[in-house]
Design a protein around this ligand. Sequence first.
Ligand code: ADP
Ligand code: MG
Length: 211
Amino acid sequence: MKRADTAALKAAMLVAADAIIAAEPELTRIDKVIGDGDHGIGMKTGFTAIRRQLEKTDYSTPYDLFHACGLCLVKSMGGSSGVLFGTLLIGGLEAIRNKEILDGGDMCSFLSGGIDAVVRRGKAKAGYKTMVDALLPAKEDMQKALKETNDIDRILSAGEAGALRGVEETKAMLPRLGRSKGFRESALGWPDPGAVSVSVLLGGLKKGLSE
Ligand code: ADP
Ligand code: MG
């Protein structure tokens, strides 16, 4: 799909929500080793709330759709990741205000704005073993891909690939922020759960727009 309207983006968010919900056991397993074990349940709660919200409401613009999804996460999840994943969906909204259809460049601007907002809000630097270590390579790869294509599914595909590269890199990182810093050495070899969630979210959106 080259461009996506609100209905296509809503369908993609539903596919992404199912992907996050299906990843709950894996996210829980990882967060039990390197965090306090609640990341999978938190994400499942947040994306179940998104599912329910989208099933009962239609939105007239991508802005309204992503805004509602971000608010669902902030309200239902709690914990640092609720605010941070909510910020990812809300922080870049200005880039798509008044747009009815998004192309690859719009999606890249929207997500890049959200990524910058997560960095400002969470104050994690690259290498701290957080979701930021998946978000920054995702942004880099989307911006690179934009030089070759303006198709929204190919931009999301590049974002997913960047996030997955970031997830691999987190395996060798020692945690510095948040609760998992108490588990420093035992976290080696394991990816950061928030980074894994980023790759699942971007992969789900891409899958939803490619179907
Ligand atoms: P909590 O840390 O409140 O238990 P979760 O377990 O749901 O929240 O989420 C943990 C994930 O949140 C981590 O794996 C990390 O990716 C992300 N995270 C936590 N704090 C920060 C932060 N300050 N900046 C960026 N990401 C963070
Ligand atoms: Mg946790």
